[in-house]
Write a protein that binds this ligand. Sequence first.
Ligand code: S3P
Length: 174
Amino acid sequence: MARIVVLVGMMGSGKTTVGKRLASRIGCRFVDTDDLVVAAAGKPVRAIFEHDGEPEFRRLESAALVQALSSGDDLVVAAAGGTVLSEANRAAMREHAACVVWLDADVATLGQRTARGAHRPLIDDDPQAKLATLDRERRALYESVADARVDTAGLDVDEVVSAAAAALAKVRAS
Ligand code: S3P
């Protein structure tokens, strides 16, 4: 069975940046579900939200997650922030992923990191308040799928990669 690491967490938690470096450190391929969605739809995330609506985006997102998880390759998957909302997605993660790592951060940190995000229409108006609401709604879901949680606040990217790699090694050894 393929050895798959899934990174979950809020927008701005660092899934993509950390995921790329973690994949190169442990020697496997990196996939971001947002990239698969954009490739399938042939348009950017923002355009999908605006022209087709959030439900269609979520449908594409679920298909992207399943596509990544069933590729048969050893992978690090950055699962976009909302993937945990679907019970089917959470079940797919539990079924396929060797390890699910939750990259966590406080809302102020998330707000700083998402300041320039063009693919995040859900936080267009008052990002800080929107992030706080989404974080409140989703924390229990991230926790429910996670084998390990890394608190990323105050850490630089390499420190988060090291913490995630250590968490992964611990889970794989258990
Ligand atoms: C979303 C997160 C975004 C993107 C979309 C919706 C969410 O991805 O999929 O804007 O609902 O949390 P990142 O988590 O990679 O920012």
